[in-house]
Design a protein. Sequence first.
Length: 424
Amino acid sequence: MKIAVVGAGYVGLVQAVGLADVGYEVVCIDIDTERVNLLKGRRAPIYEPGLEELLERYTGKSLQFTDEYSDIADADVIFVCVQTPATEDGACDISVVERALRDVGVVVREDALVVVKSSTPPGTLVDFERALGRPDVRIAVNPEFLREGTSLKDFFQPDRTVVGVKTHRDELELRELYHFLKAPFLAMNIPSAQLVKYASNTMLALRLSYINEIANISAVTGAHIKDVEQAIGMDPRIGSAFLRSGAGFGGSCFPKDVLALQRAGEKAGYRARLISPIIDINVEQPLRFVGELEKVMRLEAGVRVAVWGLAFNKGTDDVRQSPAIRIVQELIKRGVYVMAHDPKAEVGARKELGDSGWSFVARKEDALEGAEALLVLTEWPEYIEADYGSMRDVLVRPIIGDGKHALNHWALRRQGFTVIGIGL
Ligand code: UGA
């Protein structure tokens, strides 16, 4: 079975190297020639643990990269993994998917199976069919549930595989393609599979905004959110996963998918009411974190603050919608000078933050020089496991802000630090 993957981004690259590792012949196409050349040289355009090793192993052998659609003409299955940005009003913009489908439609062989992996809302199948323009080619969807930072692990060990199909034959073909996965394989109609993706991300985002709401209530009532989280998470009906409060969630998916679900409902005639507060709470959360910091120190010109972590999550170089970036922007706005470190996100952070009001330091310890507080905003292991005791006298004042509520607050306080978070 010959496989093509359209789009060499986070999702497409993982799909391509993952399937090459299973033994398939894979061609990955991207219209960005620079990206393709980088990949042909076995270099990854993004950071994702394990990706470069697999590129090294398969590129030029069972895995080819190209910017020419004619190179995928003989593929049996074509996965479309291109970006779905948001339109101005927050709806899902499927124009890049449509463009990819149009290009695929020009070259693809009769009876091939085109599988849309990009996150797209229910109700878009007719648009896809129109764009593809090939009634002789089959179409299906297969949403991904990869988390940046653990994408390859998630590819090989998913919790479930979901496909949206029109016929039993398409289901069987995809079941066979994914024969190497142990997880339950769920086939359903196309709108259902599309909705699974949006509803899953929205549920996770809902939990996060919910626990952040409880943290905000803790902050004003004297409750300790970590005690509250632990106790409510022990109810097996609730569970403790994805129940860690903090300065808000980030990434390219949750904020976008949550709004897109709201808009998809509206477009089809239903106004959902539980969804928009998820975003409202999340937009405010980084500012609340800065507000907590302001209770213990002045945030004004002449003050220096150290920041560890700029990526939205550990294990990634991605800074899209990162609460850390929002916090640094807010500090710069108040005249505070920020010394920041991140093991992977320097390039993205420089793009987001410009070059005034802050500096990037290559060693995390160098951020502390002359700083009145240290803010830990991404839970990279090297930050969680750092020797904080030794920093107590390096910092001008022993203040530690924890934007992910992931540090050992009890131990820090015992070492004499003032620990800042929301409702900690
Ligand atoms: C998310 C979903 O988890 C994936 O299943 C989905 O495939 C992906 O979106 C997507 O739509 O493509 P991702 O955004 O990469 O994955 O990262 P997550 O691990 O979900 O983290 C999102 C944010 O929530 C991060 O900022 C993280 O720090 C935050 N978070 C997570 C918390 O604040 N508290 C928690 O308890 C867990």
